[in-house]
Design a protein around this ligand. Structure first.
Ligand SMILES: [Zn+2]
Ligand SMILES: [Zn+2]
Length: 392
């Protein structure tokens, strides 16, 4: 495979891999990334960058100043781990019980520190580079806290990488437009009138209503969504009932919805409300829906996607391709609400394994560490292509 790892990164290979392993061994949950943050701020300070800590609670930023007339480009890594007990047998296995870097954020930090080390040697850029190390991507939306603390003030464009075990090493997944989905959460309660299982007349059975509701919700995907687009409505839990011969008076459910566009996201909410009103009438039950917006869809700016494609093609000339898409969500999307943003994937499936055999968020998650060098190289290439004094 033809991959042009940047020579400066090839020389830093050991440092980058050791950094990833060190963080992997010491994973920390969202908003508790104290050790990780202090490792990052120590490194960025050594590199002579202007460092800010406790941004968005536990986040860290480093600013590399070039020509102040030029744009400021931000590069973002997330830092948090997941509440999973690591089961894989690796020498750098987590020492923190029940906590594990099972999404690859340890690698994101290592890649961005590697890029910062190389880029900080050059003060001749036509603009500035802001390195953003963000807490709490896994559910708590650390990006919003960073934005509230002003991390995007003066930022003109932002890029983020996810290591991606759904793509093989050497491939880089990038496209303009939607790349990850919105991830909303709901819970609902169906209240009816219970009674004896042998005398259903006179009761308003919430279990029968629940069955119809679940089936009707599936038509949002199959009948209301343009078949060339994608949505998901999933019921994750359902609880109700007391005994085999009792008609229950209450059923509770929780679930999630996913969409790649705000239009579809909104359509799901509208249809859910309409279906609920219909079911209430049909079965004389009361349904209370509590719907919470989660992360918005991650939508790549097309100009920025072109920049990534151009720079990534220099690193992996045969590897730049359409991403392996999932309906997963990313809080990187919040940055895109404020400035042009682009998120892309670095294939990291271990060489000797099938791409789907080590999925993200599994207890034996691991990556092909060579992918870290690809990610750092793309970041460096991107900044040089965008900010070199001699660039076109
Ligand atoms: Zn994750
Ligand atoms: Zn992740």
């Amino acid at each position: 495979m033809n991959i042009n790892i940047r020579p400066e990164i090839e020389r830093l290979k050991e440092t980058i891999i050791q950094t990833r392993r060190d963080i992997h061994r010491h994973p920390e949950l969202g908003f508790n990334e104290y050790r990780t943050a202090s490792l990052i701020s120590d490194r960025l300070t050594e590199l002579g960058l202007e460092v800010n800590t406790a941004v968005g609670k536990t986040g860290v930023t480093g600013l590399l100043k070039g020509n102040e007339d030029g744009p400021t480009i931000a590069l973002r890594a997330d830092m948090d781990a997941l509440p999973i007990q690591e089961t894989g047998d690796v020498p750098y296995k987590s020492v923190n019980d029940g906590i594990m870097h099972a999404c690859g954020h340890d690698g994101h930090v290592a890649m961005l520190l590697g890029a910062a080390e190389v880029l900080s040697k050059n003060s001749q850029f036509n603009g500035n580079v802001k390195f953003i190390f963000q807490p709490a991507e896994e559910g708590e939306g650390g990006a919003r806290f960073m934005i509230d603390d002003g991390v995007l003030i003066d930022v003109d464009e932002i890029y983020g990488i996810h290591l991606w075990n759904y793509q093989k090493f050497g491939s880089i997944g990038i496209k303009a437009g939607p790349i990850l989905a919105s991830a909303d959460i709901f819970d609902l309660t169906i209240s009816g009138t219970g009674g004896h299982g042998a005398t259903p007349h006179g009761t308003h059975d919430p279990i029968v209503a629940a069955a119809q509701l679940i089936t009707a919700f599936q038509t949002i995907v199959s009948r209301n969504t343009n078949p060339l687009e994608s949505t998901v409505v999933s019921i994750g839990t359902i609880n109700g009932g007391y005994n085999f011969n009792i008609i229950s008076d209450i059923v509770k459910m929780t679930g999630t919805t996913r969409a790649y566009t705000e239009e579809n996201r909104n359509m799901i909410k509208v249809r859910m409300a309409e279906i609920i009103a219909g079911i209430e009438k049909m079965f004389s039950v009361k349904i209370h829906l509590n719907y919470e917006d989660g992360y918005p869809p991650t939508i790549n700016d097309s100009t920025l996607a072109d920049h990534v494609i151009k720079s990534a093609s220099k690193i992996a000339p045969d590897g730049v391709e359409s991403p392996y898409m999932t309906m997963g969500g990313e809080d990187f999307s919040y940055y895109g609400d404020h400035v042009p943003a682009c998120f892309f994937f670095i294939g990291s499936a271990p060489d000797n394994r099938q791409p789907m055999s080590i999925p993200h968020h599994c207890s034996h998650f691991d990556i092909d560490e060579k992918a870290l060098l690809v990610g750092s190289s793309v970041f460096i290439q991107l900044i040089e292509d965008r900010l070199s004094m001699t660039s076109d």
